[in-house]
Design a protein around this ligand. Sequence first.
Ligand code: UDX
Length: 401
Amino acid sequence: MDIDVEKINGLRQGIIPFHEPGLQQLVHAHNGQTLTFTTSMFDAVEWSDTILICVDTPPNQDGSADLRAIETIVRDIATQASSYRLVVSKSTVPVQTGQRIADTLKRHGKPGIEFDVASVPEFLREGNAVEDTMRPHRIVLGAETNRAIEQLRTLFQPFSAPVIVTDVTTAEMIKHASNSFLATKISYINAIANICEAVGADVTVVATAMGLDPRIGEHFLDAGVGYGGSCFPKDVSAFIHVAQDVGYDFDLLRSVQNINARQKHGVAVKLEQAIGQLRGKSIALLGLAFKADTDDIRESPAIAIGEDLLNRGALVRAYDPASMENARRVFGDRVQFGRDVYEAIEGADAMVAVTPWPEFDDLDWPTVHRLLKGSVVLDGRNIWNPAVVRAAGLTYLGVGR
Ligand code: UDX
């Protein structure tokens, strides 16, 4: 159920409103059968035993989470449910929101109707959503009654993954702790990358060697231009806020945020060091999405980098395989767009890769050399082999190598 009529009508016809590998096939396979779409809250509530709340919780001005969408939905569920319902929060919410949901249900529910509240945090990654959903690494079921736990166990029974059954508050904390830890890992390796650059070491080798220690693990140690997306930036600030509300100053996470901000803004600085003042220079920006395999540009480092370049008076021509339409809404005609990598780089003084799209992996470097006016290739995601780029007569700059 969604209140967006256009989205629901589209979904009924199998039109997926965003780019997500494998999702279209999955929806097609079940549409109109085990999967139906509605804009009617009444029908949705009437029809279900378990209700999963998946609305967004955008950040308020002060970094705390805006829970208005959740509040509205919970109130509707409360006033419309005619018998027991299990209300599950899948949205990322501040710890103790479960208690708030329970209070709202109690306040607005019809007399004699019982509710249970659960927290089943979502760990899927954009661009990998179907795979992560079908083959999760763990399933966390946070609930307070046996009835709720049994109902959730049945719902998640088809998935083979370790199941952690716990209380609602602990489940909510698991989500905060996991996402903030991943963001911390990224900022940590980005800090290491900056030191590597200063001392002449290679962060990619450092990360590989670190990752072989199972206590550290190989994932999320890719240095780059910083993390983005609809989750990490928002979740880290929300967690700082949650901690502050209970009297704990989470200064570690504030540093994680600062390192990430510096990493994004470091790109323009690095370019300036390489080619001088950016005013009037043309820069090709490869990638706009916050990561590959998505058209999502929310909090994308590419957008911040684009703005930095424009603020310094550079002319920017961008290319992204999936998110140019979204980026056009942000940049308007302040940025030009190329139809492919080669059109984007033609005549540019430098090129910068900010999203690791697989199609950027194997560029024809002699052609790049011919098309670029300048020679600087700034690889913001360490996707290219420096030796290959240099062999084509170009100047390679990576992150921490
Ligand atoms: C994240 C969590 O991974 C997921 O578990 C949670 O449910 C939602 O938030 P997502 O935002 O889709 O998922 O993307 P993710 O793959 O985690 O990447 C987030 C950002 O970190 C991207 O900008 C990515 O480029 C960056 N990143 C990731 C790095 O800079 N280095 C890495 O090593 C990994």
